[in-house]
Design a protein around this ligand. Structure first.
Ligand SMILES: [Zn+2]
Length: 487
């Protein structure tokens, strides 16, 4: 509970200083620079809560955190901005000198992502996947990494035909290529070949339906879920159909039928049509050389029978975003997650946390915890940063797979009930914890650490409690939606 003390502690220090010190404090945290090319200049500062603050004589709001800020329209050339804080007896002033120079914005910057050099590997290099491997569509690398096609099992041979400093370009089939991080690949003597598919069987196995495709060697694959009707598709690269039937038993829990298509000379596609509108996830991996797809049955739709995974973003030496007065996103995230956990457990749900203290864990460790914990659904909690510190930026939810859109929408709707600005529902989000297909998942970016009005909300434990309550209502709404969709 260290994070809770941290927040109330910093507020307590700020107010005790206010009571003792005669001169109001004034710390300018943003806007102190020598020159700018923007006419509108934003100044942000900190004083004791309860003081007044002025920028060029105009009073601006001081939040309960002590944060304040405002904008000034600059004149071309040199400007002097006066920032003043006042308490009941004294005042404190600082001057900022800044030069404003208009610049011509018409020359376009080249796109960095398209500049990566790929060198050819000839003859092709035989590599195999290592645990944790995933394919990327392109070689771009923003903060979330290159756009993921999906995870792959280990020990799959691939043909590398090109490379960058940290990626291999691999030939998946005659007409398809992808990238794989060198971190997740090793050289091998095994060659990737085009193979004929063998027998395909489907059986009900307790809480999932299991499809098994026999192959002479392991092959790379890609999967996705389509809606209307809900269908899981799996492409197996370097595979040609030689399966003359699909054995389907009629006692399946989630799968209505499986169909196949040869979509290219060496791409074999399985189409798994579900009985229900909402998928509860599936896993793909090899058992020997059999590609096994486990399609989860719909669980009981009562919270008391479910296991919910909760992820508090960042932690340890990675604090995430830091607010104007120094609140750490990692601590706010964990506080909200512990509140959600509490509410869920009171309702009888089992909760699996990726972290319950201020520790640093990797994305793959987090994913591993949720897979081992057999979660039925997972929510990652973060708080955002960016945009103007003076504005309310709002709340947002994120999903990667289209099958998780309604879940993200349910949680967003409940967050909006708090009267927050809608920062949006974002799909195809390339966040690692949105990538697993094994369970429905979403990312909640509750508010913006960088926004002064939202920093004030996040610093308030009662408000964090409200955020937690709304998030749980959103999950409950999703369960109701699934129930309603069942025939
Ligand atoms: Zn974050």
């Amino acid at each position: 509970m260290k994070h809770l003390r941290f927040i109330s502690f910093s507020l307590a220090i700020a107010s005790s200083i206010a009571a003792l010190a005669a001169t109001p404090s004034l710390k300018i945290t943003q806007g102190k620079k020598e020159s700018t090319s923007k006419e509108q200049h934003t100044i942000v500062g900190i004083t004791e809560p309860g003081n007044k603050a002025f920028i060029n004589g105009n009073e601006v709001q001081v939040y309960n955190t002590g944060s304040f800020g405002g904008t000034v329209n600059l004149n071309e050339g040199d400007n002097t901005i006066t920032v003043t804080t006042k308490n009941s007896t004294e005042e404190n002033s600082q001057k900022i000198k800044i030069n404003y120079k208009k610049i011509d914005n018409t020359s376009r910057q080249p796109n960095e992502a398209s500049q990566i050099n790929i060198s050819q590997i000839s003859p092709a290099l035989n590599i195999k996947t290592l645990p944790g491997a995933y394919l990327q569509y392109g070689n771009g690398s923003d903060r979330l990494g290159g756009s993921k096609m999906g995870y792959l099992d280990a020990e799959i041979p691939l043909k590398a035909i090109g490379q960058t400093s940290n990626l291999y370009l691999v030939q998946l089939s005659k007409n398809r290529v992808a990238y794989i991080s060198k971190e997740y690949a090793a050289e091998t003597l095994e060659r990737s070949l085009t193979d004929n598919t063998g027998s395909i069987s489907i059986a009900n196995d307790k809480n999932c339906d299991r499809i098994s495709v026999s192959l002479p060697t392991r092959h790379a694959y890609q999967s996705w879920t389509q809606l209307d009707p809900t269908t899981i598709c799996v492409d197996i690269f370097g595979a040609t159909n030689n399966s003359n039937w699909i054995t389907q038993r009629n006692d399946l829990g989630m799968i209505e039928y499986v169909d196949w298509q040869q979509v290219d000379c060496d791409i074999f596609r399985l189409k798994i049509k579900l009985k229900e509108k909402y998928s509860w996830g599936y896993s793909i991996g090899y058992n020997g050389n059999n590609l096994v797809i486990n399609v989860k049955h719909t669980p009981s739709l009562n919270l008391k029978d479910l296991t919910i995974g909760l992820d508090a973003g960042h932690g340890g030496k990675y604090p995430g975003a830091i607010s104007n007065t120094g609140l750490k996103e990692s601590e706010i995230n964990l506080d909200i997650v512990l509140r959600i956990k509490n509410i869920l457990e009171k309702k009888g749900a089992k909760v699996v946390l990726s972290r319950d203290s201020d520790v640093d864990i990797t994305m793959s460790q987090r994913k591993e915890i949720f897979l081992k914990g057999n979660v039925d659904l997972m929510m990652s909690v973060h708080n955002n940063a960016g945009g103007s510190p003076l504005n309310k930026m709002g709340t947002s939810t994120y999903y990667k797979h289209i099958s998780n859109r309604d879940l993200a929408q349910c949680v967003l709707n409940r967050m909006l009930d708090l009267g927050l600005r809608n920062f949006g529902l974002t799909g195809n989000f390339n966040f690692s914890l949105n990538a697993p297909t094994e369970y429905p998942n979403l990312l909640l970016e509750a508010l913006f650490m960088s926004s002064l009005p939202e920093e004030e909300l996040l610093a308030n434990p009662d408000y964090r409690q409200q955020i937690a309550e709304q998030a749980v209502k959103g999950i409950e709404d999703y369960l109701k939606l699934v129930k309603k969709s069942q025939k």
